[in-house]
Design a protein around this ligand. Structure first.
Ligand code: ASP
Ligand code: MG
Length: 327
């Protein structure tokens, strides 16, 4: 069985966590799985790199920013390979281009065009664990490109699809996908399973759990994503294809601080859901200044100071009652 495992930045924030992540890989190897690892930059490395560039110039060139940002993942890939070797597992770090991740000709936020995984397959056939630097690829012009903030998830799903992996596991610092951010809304419910389309609506409207392009790719390739807590017990959440009858009416409530907007996402997020939201909020004294609909998503704009209260109301009064319990 071939497994792609991806670790996010907070799960690799220091050497000790790197060791624990490597241990998870080792356990999978002990169960005789072939493993391809994808890593993000350690902790807040990417932010620090951008900050350094901006201290030199307010508008650094996108090309050099990509060259700079990509080094974060290259560091963690090499360190992870060193860590695996220290645990007695043969490993080989690979940059985006070494891993064959070809993107469109764009600097910053490029889409993956093709994956040529020959080198990864060669490493696997030699019994090595390929450790791929996430978030990066190369363009047909031979430039280093990056995939947009949070893009390592997309690297993982693209590789899992190209390698026809049996499982794509994304390890993170949250214990699953919730109907709302549980740090903001105490009544948020964890979803054991969520449909690709619902997850895509959540990711596009502001949920940070998975990069939205990773969910697009997962949907296009029918590649399930198992989201797992890196260092706690728990089954996490499975992003997969569900029958429409199994999908809840609303899968989640998200917010965009930038737009001061809250979104209700799910198959039932239609024009009548939008008007129910407006009525509910107006009755509670929260003025809605704008509303919009997109597929699987109804969004309203409210004053920034009322955004959280509005989320709680919509979540508790509209979503919770219609949430089919997941088994
Ligand atoms: N390191 C990149 C970021 O911070 C990519 C990622 O973590 O997925 O956005
Ligand atoms: Mg992420």
């Amino acid at each position: 069985m071939l497994i792609v495992q991806k670790f996010g930045g907070s799960s690799l924030a220091d050497i000790e966590r790197l060791r624990r992540a490597a241990e998870i890989c080792r356990q999978a190897r002990c169960r005789e799985h072939d493993v391809v690892l994808v890593v993000s930059a350690m902790g807040d490395t990417t932010d620090r790199l951008i900050d350094m560039a901006q201290r030199i110039s307010p508008r650094p060139s996108r090309r050099e920013l990509d060259a700079l940002m990509s080094t974060g993942e290259q560091q963690s890939a090499a360190l992870m390979a060193i860590m695996l070797e220290s645990l007695g597992i043969k490993a080989q770090s690979l940059t985006g281009w070494q891993a064959g991740i070809l993107t469109e000709d764009k600097q910053g936020g490029a889409d993956i065009r093709m994956v040529a995984p020959g080198r990864i397959q060669a490493a696997l056939s030699r019994g090595l664990v390929p450790v791929v630097a996430g978030f990066q690829g190369f363009s047909s012009q031979g430039e280093i490109s990056t995939l947009g903030r949070g893009g390592s998830d997309t690297t993982a799903v693209a590789l899992a699809a190209a390698l026809e992996a049996d499982s794509c596991r994304i390890y993170t610092d949250v214990d699953g996908i919730y109907t709302a951010d549980p740090r903001l809304i105490g009544s948020a419910v964890k979803l054991e399973r969520i449909d690709f389309r619902d997850m895509l609506s959540l990711a596009r409207s502001g949920s940070q759990v998975l990069h939205s392009k990773s969910v697009e790719l997962a949907l296009a390739n029918e590649m399930d994503i198992q989201l797992l807590p890196a260092f706690q017990e728990g089954k996490g959440s499975l992003v997969c294809r569900m029958k429409d009858s199994e999908r809840p009416v609303y899968a989640g409530v998200t917010r965009s601080l930038e737009r001061s907007e809250l979104s209700l996402a799910g198959k039932g997020a239609d024009a009548s859901a939008l008007s129910s939201m407006v009525i509910l909020l107006s009755k509670a004294g929260i003025a809605v200044t704008d509303g919009r609909l997109s597929e699987g998503c109804a969004a309203v704009k409210v004053a920034p100071a009322q955004l959280e209260d509005a989320m709680v109301l919509v979540h508790d009064k509209m979503l919770l009652g219609l949430l089919t319990p997941t088994k």
